[in-house]
Design a protein around this ligand. Structure first.
Ligand code: NAD
Length: 252
């Protein structure tokens, strides 16, 4: 069969790898055969062990992605170890909750810095490397339901994730001719640290669950398959698309 989801021989950089969706994506990439370079501001021993148990290859790099300073060093370390890079998953992201009327400049800047500024400059650095290598490449940005909807009490998050969807389209338009696929995944309401506050609030939690057609919160494993698809040659003619992985939330 010509269709392949196989990532053997490929190197994937995944940011925000220590827990949550990033961990699920790392495992998916490793299961599909990729060597995984996981980046996080904390160590990722659990992810490293899970990948070792699969017989996969994992390198952890500690770096704080609130600033764009570490990006070139991460790329250089990846190239020094594996020789090339084929896949970038911009997953690391944060959320700050406060009424817009009281929202602080710090909560605006921190979220915008990691969720969109770092995402752009990581795409730029890896895009340059893909062009140098000359075999194309795959970029997957992690968007959100709040790329499509407004939400409440998370103004910098909604602004950043709406920007992720737009940026994904723009980069796809510029780079598709170089065989670089830039796409995004928009997770729905997933059971990770990011949604802990929502899940602890009985009213919001029940309201959210009651609106999810799949009748459950999503899990890190739910994004692994879609990420592998967008990282593989099976998606070579998919460009600039944001794929919802949401248990039907947007279809409702
Ligand atoms: P999470 O908080 O469980 O994981 C975030 C990861 O990013 C962690 O590994 C964390 O250590 C890392 N990280 C945080 N700040 C960092 C920094 N300054 N430098 C480097 N790494 C840093 O959240 P998650 O739900 O797994 O979120 C992953 C992505 O998915 C985020 O972009 C988030 O916005 C997005 N997302 C999550 C949901 C959801 O429901 N959980 C929904 C839509 C989108």
């Amino acid at each position: 069969m010509a269709i392949s989801f196989d990532l053997k021989g490929k190197t994937a950089i995944v940011t925000g790898c220590s827990t949550g969706l990033g961990q699920g994506i790392c495992l998916g990439m490793a299961e599909a055969g990729a060597r995984v370079v996981g980046v996080d501001y904390v160590a990722a021993p659990e992810t490293a062990k899970m990948i070792a148990d699969l017989g996969g290859e994992f390198t952890g790099i500690e770096a704080n992605l609130l600033s764009i300073d570490p990006i070139q060093g991460i790329l250089d370390q990846t190239l020094a170890k594996y020789g090339s890079v084929d896949i970038l998953v911009n997953n690391a992201g944060i959320i700050r909750r406060e009424d817009s009327i009281n929202f602080s400049e710090k909560d605006w800047d921190d979220v915008m810095n990691i969720n969109i500024k770092t995402v752009f400059f990581f795409c730029q650095a890896v895009g340059k490397q893909f062009m140098k290598q000359g075999n194309g490449g795959k970029i997957i940005n992690i968007a959100s339901m709040l790329s499509f909807q407004g939400g409440i009490r998370v103004p910098s998050y909604t602004a950043s994730k709406s920007a992720v969807m737009g940026l994904t389209r723009l980069l796809a338009c510029e780079w598709a001719k170089d065989n670089i696929n830039v796409n995004a995944i928009a997770p729905g309401y997933m059971n990770t640290n990011n949604t802990e506050a929502l899940r602890k609030d009985p009213e919001r939690s029940a309201a959210i669950l009651g609106r999810i057609p799949a009748d459950r919160w999503g899990l890190p494993a739910d994004v692994a398959g879609p990420a592998v698809f967008l990282a593989s040659s099976a998606s070579d003619y998919v460009n600039g698309y944001t794929l919802a992985v949401d248990g039907g939330w947007l279809a409702r």
